[in-house]
Structures are given as C-alpha cells and as structure tokens.
Ligand binder design. Structure first.
Ligand code: SAH
Length: 453
C-alpha cells in the first residue's frame, strides 16, 4: 500500500492530457506534476486516494533530454501554463499524441492520420486577450493568475505569454488601487470593488481595450484612473467599465459603460477587419488563427459556387474568410452581441454574400433545413463541449459534401467524428495547430468528406 509521505523510485511511463507525468507503483497510478514520460524520479507521496496517488518530485534519477528551465518565475505555482518544463518541440509531440489517443480511445478511429502539430516560430507573448483576477493580499490589492484548480491569486509582474501592454495595464490599475485605497473584490465576503482586469489587443492594428470589471460603477477617482491609463498605455483606444455584482466564476457581467474612447476596437486578420467588443469571442492567438483558418479554407475547397454554413461563428471571422470564396455564407451564433458584430464586420469589409442568424446551431440549422436551405460545405467550430447531437443528426440528413470541424477539445472532436464516421463521412487527416503554447490545450481542424454512393 502506498502511504502519504512515502518516498520511492518511480518510472514515468505516460503523460495525462493535462500534462501530468504518471507512473505505477503497487498497481496504483501515481501522478507527478512536472515530470516527463521517460524520466525516473524519486517521488514523494503528497496525497493518496482510492484509485490513485499524487506525488511530487524529490529528486531526479534520470532526466528527460527534453527537460528545459521554465521561462516564467512563477510557473510552478501558476495555473496558466503546464508544459513549460518541456522543450517546445516536445510539447508539440505531446499534443499530437493527445489527439491520437482521443481519436483512438473515444472515437475508435485508429486509421486517421494526425499530422504533426503546426507550432509557432516564437511562442511567446502570443495572447491578445488577458484576464487578470484581482483580490486582496496581505499588503493590499494583488493581481495575477489563479493557481491550478484554485482561486488563490499568484502575483506576477509580467506574463511571458501575454502582450506586454496587457501586463502594463494591469500594473497601472493595481498601482492606482494601492495609491487610492480602492478595495479589490473578496470572493468570500462579496465585499469590495475591482474583480478583474481584462485587456484586448489588436495585434495588427495596435489598438488596445482595457476592461475593468467591478461590482459597482462607483469607483472613487475614476477620472484619475482614466487619465493615468491614457497617459501611460500605448495604443489605448477604449476603456470599459464592466459591472458584475453576481457571486460566482463568470468573469464579466452584461453591463458595459464606456469610460473612454470607442465601444469596440478593431483588428485585422488575413486582409479583413474585425470589430472586437468586450463580450464577444475572438481567437486569442492571431498568428496561429490565421494558420488555422487558412487550413480550414484549404479543406473547404471553395470554388465560388457553394453555400457554406459557418456554425458557432462568433463575430463571423471564418464566415468572412469563406465568403470571399463562396457563393453564399450563413453564419449561426448564439450570442446576440457577437451576431451583431458579425453583421457589422461583413459590412465593414463590403461583403454582401454573408448573412447571420442568432440562436443555437441545433435549433437554427434544422429550421433552415426544413425551409429547404442547405449547405454544400459546413464549417463547425463549437465550444469545448462539442456539437449537439441534434445538429449532427441534421447535418447527416442534409448531407453536405464536406464538413470541416474546428475543435478546441480533442475528446469531443473524437466523439463527434465517431458519429459522422458511422453515417457516411470519412476523415482523411486531422491537423492540430498550436494555438495555446505552453498550456496543454490543443486546437484541431479536420476535413470530413461524404462518401459518394
Ligand atoms: N468560429 C469563431 C468562434 C468560435 S468559439 C471564431 O473562430 O472566432 C465558439 C462560439 O460558439 C462562441 O462564439 C459561442 O458563443 C458560440 N456558441 C456556443 N454554443 C452555441 C450553440 N449551441 N449554437 C451556436 N453558437 C454557439
């Protein structure tokens, strides 16, 4: 039996999809944070549960040649990244393996080719959106990132995956709070004001939006804060006060007050201009988004004759990429604000062959289909939980020639691919793209073609 505080030699034989190393001792799985498959370590048990144990590395017996020094000083405590102890190359191999494992175990799809992950040349400072939780520390307000599976705030001056202007905005607001004794929100007592600092940066345009999430609009010396940000933040085009006074984990509330500048900023991607507003979704790694969308367009193989459905379309980014090459594009999205932005984006880019519907894809698509509106090519890009069964069923009936599945979660991708595979579609290959370097997340795009009968 394994006991707490026990120390033993452990060979790390595998890696969970979160990046934890795992070995076996007395037929029990032992998870070791920060270890790499292939390593041998002296492991000290910190927790024993019914079916598994958790240990930490006491010492290395054999280190992986792929082990590197993490570039972030708070890497070990912060919950943001989980793979910084591996070389970038190794993280890409790890992600590819995770995709293959999911396809095989969940999808029962072993013959599908999973291409090597397309990585970034310089995988740093890639995020265009930062979300810093703010709380009360021992000596006043603090901001940073949550520790893994916790709401403990790990302070950090700088974050190596955020745009530097995001760190700067956060530091200015924190300094302002300290100087003016403005209380951070306390999750336990539900007292205090500032909950989060959120930033959005247009990488191509240089435009910056700062969103201050507060329980109340009455922030003392608000005007002073606005002048400070205006004075010190390059590219600042918008300051939004977002009101969120509900307890819980949702970061932003629905009410936005523009304190300075525009209600939305702009970014450019692949020759198109997009409006970025406080609440709507926009991919967080613009360099890799372009790679992802271009792959999706290659798979779509558009000639100018097709009707394309872009489901889960957000602010219409993929829709507008497709509209340049298709006859007609229909985007479907559940968030009203995003649909409105998608319509404005189409107009901004003088695109007249894209229209947008607000609603759940699983409701809108059956409705369109019943009216005789069909797609030749369907692109889906669902959130982590994947596509609704009703949607998949309708797509199978509608029988488009190609379904391009963009996924941020290989397990639901595998589940949904299994359904399509059993119903007249085959996938030739899956292309993972590294949208989230140093984290365990992996994005995939795949082409499912209808088998002609
Ligand atoms: N394709 C877009 C957005 C992808 S994120 C892009 O690349 O930017 C997924 C989007 O799906 C989000 O905008 C979310 O609001 C939306 N969404 C979530 N559930 C949905 C549903 N059932 N039907 C339609 N849209 C949904």
């Amino acid at each position: 039996m394994i006991a707490k505080n026990q120390v033993f030699e452990l060979e790390i034989t595998g890696q969970t999809h979160d990046g934890l190393g795992v070995g076996r001792k007395d037929s029990m799985a032992v998870f070791v944070q920060g270890s790499i498959a292939g390593e041998r370590v002296m492991a000290k048990v910190i927790k024993v549960l019914k079916n598994y144990a958790v240990a930490r590395i006491e010492a290395f017996i054999e280190m992986s040649p792929d082990r590197i020094e993490p570039f972030c000083p708070v890497y070990k405590r912060c919950g943001g990244c989980s793979l910084q102890h591996m070389s970038y190359e190794r993280t890409l191999k790890f992600k590819r393996q995770a995709v293959m494992d999911n396809l095989e175990r969940i999808g029962g799809l072993s013959g599908i080719q999973v291409n090597p992950v397309i990585g970034m040349e310089a995988p740093r400072r890639y995020r265009n959106k930062a979300q810093y939780p703010v709380g009360m520390g021992e000596k006043g307000p603090i901001a940073g990132f949550f520790a893994p599976r916790s709401h403990e705030i790990i302070e950090s001056e700088e974050c190596g995956i955020q745009h530097p202007v995001s760190d700067l905005a956060k530091n200015i607001i924190l300094e302002f709070m300290k100087t003016n004794s403005i209380a951070a929100y306390d999750e336990k007592t539900h007292n205090g004001l500032i909950r989060h600092v959120v930033t959005k940066v247009g990488f191509a345009t240089g435009e910056v939006m700062v969103i201050i999430v507060s329980t109340s609009p009455d922030i003392p010396k608000k005007g002073r804060l606005v002048s400070l940000l205006k004075e010190k933040l390059p590219g600042l085009k918008s300051i939004i006060l977002n009101i969120n006074n509900k307890p819980g984990n949702v970061v932003m509330g629905s009410k936005n007050i523009t304190l300075y500048g525009k209600d939305a900023i702009e970014d450019r991607l692949g020759g198109l201009t997009f409006e970025i507003s406080p609440l709507s979704f926009y991919q967080i790694n613009p360099a890799q988004t372009l790679v992802l969308y271009e792959k999706a367009m290659e798979y779509a193989g558009l000639t100018g004759e097709e009707t394309v459905f872009d489901l889960y379309c957000g602010i219409g980014t993929i829709s507008l990429f497709a509209a340049r090459k298709a006859k007609r594009v229909i985007g479907v999205e559940s968030v009203t604000e995003a649909v409105e932005a998608a319509r404005r984006n189409a107009e901004k880019n003088s695109i007249a062959n894209a229209e947008f519907f607000c609603g759940n894809a699983e409701d809108v698509v059956p409705e369109l289909y019943s009216q005789g509106i069909k797609a030749d090519v369907v692109i889906v890009d669902p959130p982590r939980k994947g596509c609704d069964e009703v949607l998949l069923k309708t797509l199978i009936e509608m029988a488009p020639d190609r379904i391009i599945y963009v996924s941020c979660n290989p397990s639901t991708l595998a589940r949904d691919m299994k359904v399509l595979h059993g119903s007249g579609y085959i996938a030739k290959e899956v292309q993972p793209v590294d949208m989230f370097p140093w984290t365990s997340h992996v994005e995939c795009v795949t082409l499912m073609s209808r088998v002609k009968d």
